[in-house]
Design a protein around this ligand. Structure first.
Ligand SMILES: Cc1cc2nc3c(=O)[nH]c(=O)nc-3n(C[C@H](O)[C@H](O)[C@H](O)COP(=O)(O)OP(=O)(O)OC[C@H]3O[C@@H](n4cnc5c(N)ncnc54)[C@H](O)[C@@H]3O)c2cc1C
Length: 331
């Protein structure tokens, strides 16, 4: 046995990322009696399922709602509903009910990640910098100098970030895989969280997607039922976000607030801006995950594989767990 890894850093499966894909995969693997550690560079669980507080105002500033088409994911959501992690927000916006439930986290989106992470060993503020091949599996290094040994590795960051980790560890991809993964592209999104001094003019249920202009989405978190005071989330469209990415964020945030004046109806007391560099994949892969090596398993998953939404990330997580379990049996 290699003694350079402390026992708590030796696992069957090391998962990079505590977004939906990583958490769903971890639950499946742990249920199959595999030891699992998740590492995430963030302070909070959930990745793009993100919520923030400004004073007593609460915002969902990443994913806004969850939809489901797949029976397996629907079952997971229903279990979560029973456990109080999600609740129905609405069945459509702008008075157009289409019969499809939009779920929201309870009390906010990060609750979904917290629910999924129950019983898992998720270690936060651990930025992975390289993944290398090692005897009987892989070694994974973090920025803080920690090293892990794993019989299998699952990578769930946005694909360009995953490729950088493989590159840093000297793991080469064949031409077909490099081309396949290199074709996955993401939109950016500049998000503004604004606290209002009174109610907004957005009609119930509090979500609206303008069909023209620079704003793609505007939501009233109070009407959504997650904030105790008026709190607006604004998502800029992909073109505006790209063009203004390097501009001063306070100035860009104010411009977005100005675009939304017709829906605000009250003064902005304070605001914060967050940039999502990898917001949603615009080109999604044809498979539900990418298998770099079947055994020992090295697999890539996330919303870039099974659909650019929370459900896609979950389905990719299910798929990656199956591939990893099969690969571990062979090894
Ligand atoms: C603004 C916005 C609005 C959206 N709206 C919706 C919506 O309404 N409905 C919907 O279904 N979907 C929506 N989405 C998409 C949805 O959020 C994603 O599809 C889904 O959350 C992706 O999950 P994931 O697990 O694939 O990736 P992520 O959630 O991105 O998880 C990846 C994790 O990897 C971590 N990580 C990255 N690099 C490293 C590293 N080197 N070391 C350690 N950890 C690392 C990150 O911190 C992150 O936690 C939206 C996304 C955004 C940004």
């Amino acid at each position: 046995m290699d003694h350079s890894f402390p026992p708590e850093n030796r696992v069957d499966v090391l998962i990079v990322g505590t977004g939906v894909a990583g958490l769903v995969a971890a639950r499946q693997l742990q249920r199959a009696q595999r030891s699992v550690v998740l590492l995430d560079k963030g302070r909070g669980l959930g990745g793009r399922l993100a919520s923030r507080r400004i004073g007593s105002a609460t915002f969902d500033h990443g994913a806004q709602f969850i939809t489901t088409r797949d029976a397996r994911f629907e079952k997971l959501l229903r279990e979560g509903e029973e456990a109080g992690m999600v609740t129905e927000w609405c069945q459509g916006f702008s008075g157009l009910a289409d019969g499809h439930t939009r779920w929201r986290g309870q009390p906010s989106m990060t609750a979904v990640a917290k629910y999924l992470a129950q019983g898992l060993d998720a270690r936060m503020e651990m930025q992975v910098v390289a993944v290398r091949r090692a005897e009987d599996g892989y070694s994974v290094e973090t920025q803080g100098g920690a090293s892990f040994h794993a019989a299998a590795v699952l990578l769930t960051p946005p694909v360009p970030q995953t490729l950088a980790l493989l590159n840093a560890g000297g793991i080469e991809l064949d031409d077909a895989m490099r081309k396949r993964l290199g074709a996955i592209e993401y939109e950016r999104c500049i998000a503004v969280m604004a606290v209002l001094d009174g109610p907004s003019l957005l009609p119930s249920p509090g979500g609206f997607a303008p069909t023209e202009g620079h704003v793609a989405w505007i939501a009233d978190n109070e009407k959504k039922g997650i904030s105790s005071e008026p709190a607006i989330t604004i998502h800029a469209g992909p073109e505006f976000s790209l063009e203004n990415w390097d501009e001063d964020r306070v100035t860009v945030g104010q411009r977005l607030i100005d675009f939304c004046k017709p829906w605000l109806g009250s003064q902005v007391k304070s605001y914060q801006v967050h940039g999502w560099r990898y917001s949603k994949p615009v080109r999604v892969d044809g498979e539900t995950c990418a298998v770099i090596d079947a055994s020992p398993p090295l697999v890539i998953a996330g919303d870039a594989f099974a659909g650019p939404r929370v459900e896609g990330a979950a389905l990719s997580g299910f798929s990656a767990a199956e591939v990893i379990l099969a690969g571990l049996l062979q090894h």
